[in-house]
Design a protein around this ligand. Structure first.
Ligand code: HXC
Length: 260
């Protein structure tokens, strides 16, 4: 499907790549852009031939935030009644894993968008931040909550209250990104696509369950999370892929997943 503000492609078996493509505004996340992003994400989530997604921007900007020019004259009643930004959450409701490949600016809503993904890989050029304080507001796309979970209270406070950017290396040291991919390795998008291809080569039903249980760690108490994990683990014994995976191991052969 053709979009105006994003590009989509299928770079590897089982992998869909979404590229934010609004270069003149450093991929500022306007409502039309987000509508297209949600549409693409939903389509790929429903497409059985896709088992992992990658989301990226350009070398210069993953996304420089929500579109400030679109927001600046909005009134409270309008944003409240219109549930402004609520649709951004769609990305967090999909079943399939999504990897953010971040180069350049990932600021404000851009940082929040990366934090909504399941895994973040960064190029050395990545610049993260929640600069909303510099324009008289606060994060509104989950930044305060997901950032605090990802990097801890003191750092999240510093980032949200000073509005300073932080580097790829800091994000990595703080555990917010899995890895800074050195340029010599062929770039962060390639690394993310390769990782997505590995995930896509596994049983899709096990991958989906794995994503669900890790997310439970951020939503439940430890006791509830452990119970949830165990129940879902028990549930895996109702799948064909559990039988296939364990039989293949015992028979010293590669498994052939039916994703069911
Ligand atoms: C609208 C934006 C934009 C944004 C950049 N542009 N960021 N337009 N919304 N968030 C536009 C610029 O206006 C400019 O358009 C063009 O992109 C290129 O940007 P420049 O500023 O000229 O580039 P540069 O000097 O290299 O500076 C890059 C930058 C700066 C440091 C990233 O653009 C910047 O500070 N952007 C805003 C970052 C920010 O505050 N983000 C948080 C937004 S609030 P023209 O037409 O002049 O060429 C937010 C709320 C989240 O995200 C809460 C809800 C989710």
């Amino acid at each position: 499907k053709q979009y105006e503000f994003i590009l989509t492609s299928r770079p590897a078996e089982g992998v869909a790549l979404i590229t934010l493509n609004r270069p003149k505004a450093l991929n500022a996340l306007s409502t039309p852009l987000f509508t297209e992003l949600n549409d693409a994400v939903k389509r790929f989530d429903e497409d059985d031939s896709v088992r992992a997604l990658v989301l990226t921007g350009s070398d210069r900007a993953f996304a420089a935030g929500a579109d400030i020019k679109e927001m600046k004259d909005k009134q409270f009643s309008e944003v409240f009644k219109g549930k402004f930004l609520e649709s951004w959450g769609l990305l967090t409701t999909i079943r399939k894993p999504i990897i953010a490949a971040v180069s350049g600016y990932a600021l404000g809503g851009g940082c929040e968008l990366a934090l909504m993904c399941d895994i973040i890989l960064a190029s050395p050029s990545a610049k993260f931040g929640q600069p909303e304080i510099n324009i008289g507001v606060i994060p509104g796309g989950g930044g305060s909550q997901r950032l605090a979970h990802a990097i801890g209270k003191s750092r999240a406070m510093e980032i949200v209250l000073t509005g300073r950017n932080f580097t790829a290396q800091e994000a990595s040291d703080w555990g917010m990104v899995s890895r800074v991919v050195p340029d010599e390795e062929g770039g962060v998008v390639k690394a993310a696509v390769d990782m997505a291809a590995v995930i896509a080569s596994k049983s899709a039903i096990a991958v989906q369950a794995g994503k669900e249980v890790v997310n439970a760690a951020f939503e439940h108490t430890l006791a509830e999370g452990l119970r949830y994990e165990r129940r879902l683990f028990h549930g895996m014994f109702a799948t064909k892929d559990q039988k296939e995976g364990m039989s293949a191991f015992a028979e010293k052969r590669q498994p052939k997943w039916s994703h069911s």
